[in-house]
Design a protein. Structure first.
Lengths: 270, 405
């Protein structure tokens, strides 16, 4: 398929804002900390009074993406913007709160993964084609591929790919369930994709190989956000040329390869 | 990507190639009114009512405790091979029917070339409920993508397994993404569709929203007062059209989706999102609204859904009266399964030359002035059908389907 261009990236992680905050080694940087949490962004308290943290993080990541693009919200409003949201578990905290209410109960519709993207779509007026994928890092790669298909099909001019993962409220459950290694690093990452040049190749296999370029070692466990954050790291590295992102989840591997450097030059907001 | 002429113009005004059409080889279902396609179809035609008092978990403390519950999974499946998880078992039950309908066990495709794409509103959330109640061994199955992987293992598939969660539009989105996998050559066959099981989590939630009716489900009726939930799974077997033989259920002509950007829990009152999704599906299909012979509506029987959907359908279809039905009166709103079941219904109508009536509809709401099929099935053999789906978060999706000739 045709390789989309990456116009902008907004990355927020438990390490801080942007790729520059990501340490060289997640395990060493985390020390004794099991979860690297993201604070609830300080957005309009009245507008987001019922919104759980994962929803507000999604909104904030898109704001960071727009700042990276040097654009205002109007640039992504309307029917020409497609939207692909991806997460493995961002809904788990609200699900748990609904199952075992503590203090105020969650408004039930916010237990749905679709509430996170719905809140973002409402905030920015995104009305184009729409998809929501659930899964670990491989779903993050699938989300980028689905967005590329939307662009190639000509159903929209740009696509927002948004990943959100939070862990703090369910950290004890992840520990009991097992299977997630390393520090759990909360993340919210928005990618702005638009039509580009060259080719994008997706390949699949079986195994446990994650980000071959060391992104996973730097990022920690970010589930579906891992490949999106890996793109942010790659861009920040300043290495020109093709990009390869590898992801593994539940015994499947998925790799995405751009035949060329996909990053568009950034314009800074005035 | 195979090109069969031009589908229209892109958002940038350039001509876009029409995507390759996708054959639907067979369907498989597990529903409150039938656990195979033939029983499901017969029950729809005879007006069977799948709504009952829920028995599988306590509901006495809830305002409404009725729904489309499957009392017992009746297919002869080696259940020890399937996780003890309601959602996974619904999926596997529908898949077992799918294999029977396809006449192939295993499916005639290399495991690496068989993909699974399923949609859900709830995933494995009941496993989370049970884990938090003390059965911690269920925790790994609580993530929403766990049932898709259980289905993949049961099928022996080794291709991609993708979970979609566009709420109650998930089944349609899954079929759209399944078609996409085929077009870009990532698989040669895709088992696509949706599922959701009933559990306290969702019953409590919808009771809290006061969305559930104490009356019958009455889609598009003047007296409609809400929905009831149901549990089900619906799956279709997709392949590229040139790879399909003569034996098929129909063709997926087009898929469209759109976001409302209006409200977290309610549809856009004007139905603009579902209108865009329908227009997108028609454009991908390369057919005009005038070609549509039948609409399987989302038709949940909530005041807002049916009115907004009717407005959107009138704008898309124009003044022409196109027959419309909703099957939610018979089985409840089966959430992630709904769109796949409704797609199968469209294709069965094309095969059998009859369209089931809308159970529960007695007095048509004047605000929903559509040609709703009510009272008795209508003799009609739709060639091109349109199926609509809406969900929480402003998710909208539409499918354009063609019955086998």
């Amino acid at each position: 398929m045709r390789g989309p261009a990456i116009r902008a990236i907004g990355l927020m992680t438990g390490w801080g804002v942007g790729a520059v905050a990501v340490p060289p080694d997640a395990v060493a940087a985390a020390g004794e900390r099991r979860v690297l949490a993201l604070d609830r962004p300080a957005l309009d308290p009245e507008r987001f009074r019922r919104s759980p943290r994962e929803c507000v993080l999604g909104v904030a990541a898109v704001a960071a993406m727009l700042e990276d693009a040097g654009e205002g919200p109007e640039a992504i409003a309307g029917e020409d913007t497609g939207f692909v949201f991806v997460t493995a578990a961002a809904y788990a905290a609200s699900n748990r709160q609904h199952i075992e209410p503590r203090g105020s109960n969650v408004y039930f519709p916010y237990t749905a993964p679709a509430a996170i993207s719905g809140e973002v779509a409402i905030e920015y007026g995104i009305r184009g084609p729409y998809g929501i994928l659930i899964g670990g890092p491989t779903a993050g790669v699938d989300a980028v591929a689905h967005a590329a298909e939307m662009l190639e099909a000509g159903t929209c001019r740009r696509v927002l790919v948004l990943g959100v993962e939070i862990f703090e409220e369910c950290a004890d459950l992840y520990d009991r369930a097992g299977g997630l290694d390393g520090p759990l690093v909360e993340a919210a990452c928005g990618l702005w994709l638009e039509a580009g040049e060259g080719a994008l190749t997706l390949s699949r296999g079986r195994g446990r190989r994650g980000s071959a370029d060391g992104a996973r070692r730097r990022l920690g466990e970010m589930l579906a956000c891992e490949p999106l954050a890996a793109l942010a790291l790659h861009r920040a590295s300043g290495r020109p040329g093709p990009v390869e992102i590898h992801a593994a989840w539940r015994g499947e591997t998925t790799s995405l390869r751009w035949s060329h450097a996909p990053y568009r030059a950034r314009r800074r907001a005035a | 990507m195979g090109v069969q002429g031009l589908a229209g113009t892109s958002s940038e005004g350039r001509p876009t190639p029409r995507p390759e059409r996708i054959a639907i080889l067979a369907g498989g279902v597990c529903t409150p009114i039938g656990q195979d396609v033939d029983a499901f179809w017969s029950a729809l035609l005879t007006g069977a009512d799948g709504i009952s008092r829920i028995e599988r978990f306590p509901v006495d403390d809830l305002r409404v405790g009725n729904g489309g519950e499957i009392k017992k999974l009746t297919r002869a499946i080696e259940w020890s091979r399937v996780p003890d998880c309601r959602a996974s078992r619904l999926l596997v039950s529908a898949a077992d029917d799918l294999l029977s309908q396809a006449g192939a066990r295993p499916l005639p495709v290399a495991p690496e070339r068989l993909a699974v794409v399923v949609g859900t509103a709830l995933g494995g959330v009941e496993e989370g409920e049970r884990a938090l109640a003390g059965d911690v061994g269920r925790l790994p199955r609580a993530l929403y993508d766990a049932p898709a992987h259980a289905l993949k293992r049961w099928l022996g598939a080794r291709g991609p397994a993708i979970t979609v969660a566009t709420a109650c539009a998930s089944g349609a989105t899954a079929m759209g993404i399944g078609a996409e996998l085929l077009r870009r050559g990532e698989a040669d066959m895709v088992v696509a569709g949706g599922y959701d099981g009933l559990c306290r989590f969702v019953l409590r939630g919808f009771n809290g929203l006061r969305s559930l009716t104490r009356d019958k489900i009455r889609p598009f009726d003047r007296r409609r007062s809400g929905l009831l939930l149901g549990e089900a799974a619906g799956l279709v077997l997709l392949c590229r059209e040139p790879d399909a033989g003569a034996r098929r259920l129909g063709t997926l002509l087009g898929y469209g989706s759109a976001s409302d950007a209006a409200h977290i829990a309610a549809p856009d009152p004007e139905g603009r999102g579902i209108e865009r999704a329908m227009q997108g599906a028609l454009a991908q299909a390369g057919v005009d609204a005038g070609d549509v012979d039948f609409v399987s509506a989302h038709g949940t029987a909530t005041t807002l859904n049916d009115a907004s959907e009717a407005k959107a359908l009138r704008r898309v279809l124009g003044a022409r009266l196109v027959p419309v039905n909703s099957i939610k009166g018979a089985i409840g709103h089966t959430m992630g399964a709904a769109a796949a079941l409704e797609a199968i219904l469209c294709l069965l109508a094309g095969r059998h030359g009859q369209v089931p009536a809308t159970l529960g509809l007695e007095e048509l709401d004047p605000a929903c002035d559509l040609d709703l099929i009510r009272g008795a099935p209508r003799a009609l053999r739709p060639r091109v059908s349109l199926s609509t789906s809406l969900g929480f978060g402003g998710c909208n999706a539409a499918l354009v389907l063609q019955g086998a000739a």
